[in-house]
Write a protein of this length. Structure first.
Ligand code: NAP
Length: 305
């Protein structure tokens, strides 16, 4: 019996776990994929205080995991597919049939990459269509690739891909980026990156793997084909809240609504990190929300025992 269960081992879940485990509260983190969450999609994190030379997402994730385990926290692999409420208890159902019970639940399930929704995307996923430049970049040495999107992630991915690819087409639907200025400056001065503004992808084509994309020029109303071997789709994230079978308040996009204590509308259920509705999605803000969730989760436990 764990007093607290945290779903998700990204930076917010691990931070909440570190806070609670350090205070000797039995805490279990359930993780579906890999410990680290979306931190693992980031090659280098440069604005996390304490690391003047930056730190890789992988390294930071490993450090947080070690810190959590050192304080006695436990991590379990599992795909949570339902939550139920029984009196004051929270019942967590895992896909393999296991059922766990806790007093406090912290939802830290983060978010996943959005799909573009064009013809060929589904068919060529893993065969030239990718959602992670860090994971798949090395497959494209000296090849032509495209990145779709105009936010921080798209520009970071484009920059990362220039380490491998011959040319990186950065395709954005508007004629200015929403990404941070320093990233814009970097892509502008990188000779391997060709910026294509006001263009959208209509279709991804190929035989066994991706060979070309059909691109529409929105200003000139023109359709053209571009020969590429890989396309990295980076058009934002959607919250991982589909598994929530109880009535937790969310916004229209599915992000969980919390107050400044990271409390949801259900007593004893907290949420933190990229799964919540907020203004700034960064590793450091996720950690901070995790600590706040941990602190108020502990206060909640004090109030019921
Ligand atoms: P984002 O900021 O939501 O940007 C998504 C981009 O994709 C936008 O440029 C958007 O275009 C475009 N887009 C959305 N739907 C599209 C569609 N159907 N077709 C074509 N383009 C489409 O997402 P993100 O870049 O993944 O970043 C998510 C959050 O994480 C942000 O808050 C970001 O600041 C943060 N983040 C920070 C860093 C960092 O600080 N280094 C790194 C990565 C992520 P429009 O601009 O036209 O809407």
């Amino acid at each position: 019996m764990f007093k607290t269960i945290i779903i998700g081992a990204g930076p917010s879940g691990l931070s909440a776990g570190i806070f609670l485990a350090r205070d000797k509260i039995p805490v279990l983190i359930i993780e579906k994929f890999a410990v680290g969450g979306n931190m693992l999609l980031t090659e280098k994190i440069e604005n996390y205080p304490g690391f003047p030379n930056g730190i890789t997402g992988y390294e930071l994730a490993k450090n947080m995991e070690e810190q959590f385990l050192k304080f006695g926290g436990k991590i379990k692999e599992g795909d949570v597919n339902g939550i139920e409420l029984k009196d004051n208890k929270k019942i967590v159902k895992i896909k393999n049939g296991e059922i766990l019970e806790c007093d406090v639940l912290i939802i830290a399930t983060g978010s996943s990459r959005k799909k573009l929704g064009v013809k060929g995307e589904e068919e060529f996923t893993g065969k030239g269509v990718s959602y992670c430049a860090i994971c798949d970049g090395p497959f494209y040495k000296e090849k032509e690739v495209a990145v779709v999107g105009g936010g921080d992630s798209a520009l970071e991915e484009a920059i990362h891909l220039t380490k491998f690819a011959k040319t990186v087409y950065l395709i954005h639907r508007r004629d200015n980026f929403r990404a941070k200025k320093y990233l814009q400056d970097e892509v502008m001065k990188n000779e391997k990156i060709k910026i294509l503004f006001s263009k959208t992808i209509k279709e991804i084509k190929g035989k066994e793997t991706v060979e070309k994309i059909v691109v529409e020029d929105l200003k000139q109303n023109k359709i053209e084909e571009l020969n590429i071997r890989g396309i990295f789709i980076s058009v934002g994230f959607k919250p991982n809240t589909d598994f929530l079978s109880i009535d937790i308040k969310k916004d229209e996009e599915g992000f969980i609504i919390v107050n400044e204590k990271m409390e949801t509308n259900i007593p004893g259920i907290f949420a933190c990190g990229d799964v919540i509705k907020k203004q700034l999605y960064q590793v450091i803000t996720a950690c901070s929300e995790g600590i706040i969730a941990g602190y108020f989760a502990e206060k909640y436990l004090d109030s019921i025992f």
